[in-house]
Design a protein around this ligand. Structure first.
Ligand SMILES: Nc1ncnc2c1ncn2[C@@H]1O[C@H](COP(=O)(O)O)[C@@H](O)[C@H]1OP(=O)(O)O
Ligand SMILES: [Mg+2]
Length: 320
């Protein structure tokens, strides 16, 4: 299985969604508060609509497990927001109606099964609103294993001065980065153990999404003495896959000890790092479980590394 069509459709859909997000961002979006108090914008809805439309057309039998749903958007008081979402979707799909948009968004409310897609239309909405890093993250999972992952990071600075990266991985075929503006795919390779200058670590900007003091202690314990890069979203996986950091730590926040990670926050990033030669596990060294449901109930914390230091990190975590 080469997943050629899956890869092509995922790249096109994520690229289109990233374009929509950048358009919304240029217009300075307002945050809308979700029931769980986390922010969402018209771009989150628009990107999920565009991607689900493409997936439904190409793979009508595949469920999509996405972050957003259209329940709130269908309420009469949200009519203005739905009009705005439709306006941005129409820039890419001119015949789209508000009914199409809500139907496409809800196509993303599928269930985990033996083959499914998982989508975070905007991972790092807080970064998106801050004009900082964010990612459009899409992955195909079969029998619990991520097979294809596409991560669009429109704000990622590239060597040479351009901005915007598309990270792509297919299981067994390696990972590449293509500038979002187009160009030749470049093969990704995690940092080598002797590349001291790039032996840094990345963590969330949002202190509440992790345990920054423990993350720093563990990084130091494995010999990373420089301060962390703080970056929003799965862009952190792209940075590790590109060899610009050796470690991404996401340890449970003491404030939210019962938090469980969502599959769409890790599936695309994880395959990109693994196919670039790195390793991904939870804080106990267990593989991430993409087979049970949208929340990874049996995993705690996330450790992403270049591979060479992975066992050392897990050992340091067991001791601390
Ligand atoms: N307590 C928490 N611990 C870890 N991740 C969290 C927590 N609360 C929210 N998140 C998730 O962190 C992600 C952003 O990650 P980052 O900090 O790396 O940019 C969001 O998808 C968000 O999920 P949600 O969108 O469901 O609130
Ligand atoms: Mg997210």
């Amino acid at each position: 299985m080469t997943y050629a069509k899956e890869k092509e459709v995922a790249i096109a859909a994520a690229t289109a969604a990233a374009k929509l997000c950048e358009q919304v961002r240029a217009d300075i979006p307002q945050a809308i508060e979700k029931k769980d108090k986390s922010p969402v914008t018209v771009a989150d809805f628009g990107a999920q609509a565009i991607i689900c439309q493409a997936l439904a057309a190409a793979f009508p039998d595949d469920p999509v497990v996405g972050e957003e749903d259209a329940k709130e958007l269908r309420k009469p008081e949200m009519a203005e927001t739905l009009t705005k979402v439709t306006h941005y979707v129409q820039a890419l799909s001119p015949d789209a109606t508000p009914e199409d948009v809500t139907r496409w968004i809800d196509h993303g409310n599928g269930q985990v099964s033996s083959r499914y897609w998982t989508l975070d239309p905007i991972d790092g909405t807080k970064g998106f609103l801050r004009q900082d890093q964010y990612a459009v993250a899409l992955a195909l999972v079969e029998n619990g294993e991520v097979k294809v992952g596409v991560l669009a990071c429109p704000a990622m600075p590239l060597d040479g001065g351009q901005t915007g990266a598309l990270y792509v991985a297919v299981r067994g075929e390696g990972a590449t980065m293509v500038p979002l503006s187009g160009g030749e795919p470049q093969r990704l390779q995690v940092v080598m153990a002797d590349d001291v200058a790039n032996f840094r670590f990345v963590e969330s900007v949002e202190a509440a999404h992790g345990d920054q003091s423990k993350q720093n202690a563990i990084a130091q314990a494995v010999g990373i003495t420089t301060e962390s890069f703080r970056v929003d979203s799965q862009a952190k996986y792209g940075i590790v896959a590109s060899g610009k950091a050796a470690l991404y730590l996401r340890l449970p926040s003491p404030k939210y000890p019962d938090y469980r990670e969502n599959i769409w926050d890790h599936a695309a990033g994880a395959i990109v790092v693994e196919e670039a030669g790195g390793r991904v596990s939870d804080m106990y060294g267990q593989p991430l479980n993409f087979a049970e449901g949208s929340k990874m109930m049996n995993n705690r914390g996330i450790v992403v590394s270049n591979g060479t230091i992975h066992d050392q990190v897990i050992a340091a975590l067991a001791e601390n």
